[in-house]
Ligand binder design. Sequence first.
Ligand code: F6P
Length: 554
Amino acid sequence: MAYYQQPHDVTALPAWQALHQHRQEMANFSMREAFAADATRFQRFSLDSCGLLLDYSKNLVTENSLELLIQLAEQAGLPQAIQALSQGKPVNASENRAALHTALRSPIGRRLELDGVDIIPEVHRVLYQMTELVSRVHSGLWRGYSEKPITEVVNIGIGGSFLGPQLVSEALRPFTQRGVRCHYLANIDGSEFRELTARLNPETTLFIVSSKSFGTLETLKNTLAARDWYLAMGGPEDKLHRHFIAVTSNRQAAVEFGILEENIFPLWDWVGGRYSLWSAIGLPIALSIGVSNFKELLAGAYAMDQHFTQTPLSGNMPVLMALLGIWYSNFWGAQSHAILPYDHYLRNFTKHLQQLDMESNGKSVRQDGTPLEITTGSVIWGGVGCNGQHAYHQLLHQGRLLVPADFIVPVNSYNPLSDHHQWLFANCLSQAQALMQGKTREEAEAELRARGLPEEEVQRLAPHKVIPGNRPSNILVMNRIAPFNLGALVALYEHKVFVQSAIWGINAFDQWGVELGKEMGKEVYQRLTGQVQEPAADASTQGLIEHFRQHHRG
Ligand code: F6P
């Protein structure tokens, strides 16, 4: 197949070499000094778009660094790659597919042809189908087997068929419509199933089987368990269709499974799982916040798409964030990236980004199959602030690892509680400030002396109080978490991930790495359950299988 992008070795590009040289020159760069020398650094290294303010001034960069990074993007063919993505070229070469999640937020009236067919009307037809379902559930027209309206919606799905919808429906809690509560059932762990169903009444529960492939073990097992639970709780078999609907691109498998044709919402192969919350996979979102808010979410993502495709690289938010990521992973040896939302409602954001970024960019070969010798992707981790400050921030401040961080914080809270939000915001800013500024030996000693400690004690304690500083971070600020800016925020990271993949020359849209473990899982299962007697290929796995067989109580 024709690659959408000329295969390139990014390390052979002149800008890559120049960046290596520049990295040496930056060895003694001090952000503290850069701020002291330039009162306009914030203005020069921040930008505002789609309801998001990005402050990237606390990074180990000068204007020159950014120029070189932008040259790298240009030499790697990023502008062409952005065009290819939005025009539906097969950016997913190993699966010979386009990645058209941007089409899902495209307003009606725009055209986007794939194999000669405009796909936008079909996208909007499904949006209409979603609107109808939501309005029937919200108005009480959709009834369970005993004619009671639906009050509980359970999304059965995992990975992209779970994390995106869960993130958004919980982030937009203040927009929840009355009457319907959404729950998520992802793992195959029976405890999750039992804990959830113990709180549910089958008469008023609607299950959404959410699986692009309709072949995912965890989802299929949970769906069977949900059907058994429904029947065991007295639900009649001939009314099952009132309680089970599906979102999938594998219509046939869903029908064979027993879902009524009219209760199946389609999904297309050009939507990757981790990019699918904008499609009917977002049904639980629309059910919790209503369709007009769901459309606002799409509008925010669309605004970010427009920003991404139309803004020059030097003022392009996803591009800048991606380039800074490349700068740290490939030139400063950073292996992980912390995502630190200072907002309770965004507490699932890090989990969503883990899949988005790590499943997309955790690759070792280029689009044409040739091996890479540089790091791609980062370990994405983190969690909600201030909680992290009392736990893992210690390593961010004084550990030996360089961990760039993104802080995300709203200016306003939906739940003002005395001056809590001012404190929350202050802590977010001060963490980034402390990472950047650090504390020198002299400052540490002066503090200890000011406490009246004897000189011997000052010298003993000072090394422990030194904080190296010069640790980079971005801060993303929005007014309040709302559908529009949340849509823009999620799309921002989607594009950031794509930009990095295009520069490295890898495929951000396949995930072959997850398959081997699934295959081997089937073999281990057969040995655990005695269906296969032949021992496992290695002594460790075999020893553990035997341990399980000996101690497991059916
Ligand atoms: O196993 C990984 C994966 O395929 C993800 O990419 C995907 O989001 C998830 O499983 C769920 O897949 P599906 O929606 O097909 O059930």
